[in-house]
Ligand binder design. Structure first.
Ligand SMILES: C[S@@+](CC[C@H](N)C(=O)[O-])C[C@H]1O[C@@H](n2cnc3c(N)ncnc32)[C@H](O)[C@@H]1O
Length: 228
């Protein structure tokens, strides 16, 4: 039997420290994950005293941070049961707990209550569909079914997923929005392993830059507010 190797990483999202355990089946938060966390700290007022749902919690890092930023409660949907188990263990490690957790595809999920914030780091590069930004589009189109009037959506995306399209979709779905965090970074190696990804990204205006032979993407954290 192959034993699962656990590694712990510590993150500092000023002033909060979060400790995350992963085993060989889960991955530690990526640059998108850090960007979302930095954006959450900058927009911390949206969490304070509020009710949050995270879609696709992975290791649980963002839900844990939301609680540290003062969220009243947080519920999670995660399609992968193994991730959810890890997320709950990580919550315990950081002395917080989630309210309800569901192993569910959020696309087939109708919440019994409304939330103040929908939080998500959407999959993109390996999104499992020909239209890689489908998850972002669905998020923007369906978020209102999860939200109280005046509620918020906060998510991170790459320039390769087309910022202009996201901004059009936010407006078309009755959200005002701002970019609360922006950073640039070198492509991760796995981008080059996904057939067609770089070619498709070339079709997106300002999808990426090349600096000294390195491919660079921009990450933006969007904070949308549902107009009342
Ligand atoms: C990009 S990862 C983000 C994980 C974590 N929030 C982070 O940033 O480290 C996306 C997560 O969404 C989950 N996921 C993908 N499709 C989903 C769906 N339809 N419903 C719920 N969760 C989903 C994946 O299992 C994965 O954990």
């Amino acid at each position: 039997m192959v034993s699962s190797v656990k590694t712990t990483a510590k993150y500092f999202f000023d002033p909060h420290i979060i400790k995350i355990d992963c085993d060989s089946k889960t991955w530690h938060p990526t640059p998108h994950g850090y960007a979302l966390a930095f954006g959450m700290v900058k927009a911390s007022h949206i969490f304070q005293g509020n009710s949050i749902i995270e879609i696709g919690a992975g290791t649980g890092i963002h839900s844990i941070l939301a609680l540290k930023l003062g969220a009243k409660n947080i519920d999670i949907t995660e399609i992968d049961e193994h991730y959810l188990t890890i997320a709950k263990q990580n919550a315990q490690k950081n002395n917080v707990s989630f309210r309800y957790t569901w192993v569910k595809d959020w696309m087939n999920f109708t919440p019994e209550q409304r939330y103040d914030v929908v939080l998500c780091n959407p999959p993109f590069c390996k999104a499992g569909k020909a239209n890689r930004r489908w998850f972002i589009t669905e998020l923007i189109e369906r978020a209102h079914t999860f939200l109280n009037p005046g509620g918020h959506i906060i998510f991170c995306q790459s320039s390769m997923a087309n910022f202009a399209k996201t901004e059009q979709e936010l407006q078309a779905n009755n959200f005002s929005f701002e970019v609360v965090h922006r950073s640039r970074g070198i492509f991760r190696d796995y981008y080059f392993t996904e057939p067609g990804f770089i070619e498709e990204s070339r079709q997106v205006s300002d999808g990426f830059e090349i600096i000294e032979d390195e491919y660079i993407e921009t990450l933006q954290v969007y904070l949308g507010t549902l107009k009342v």
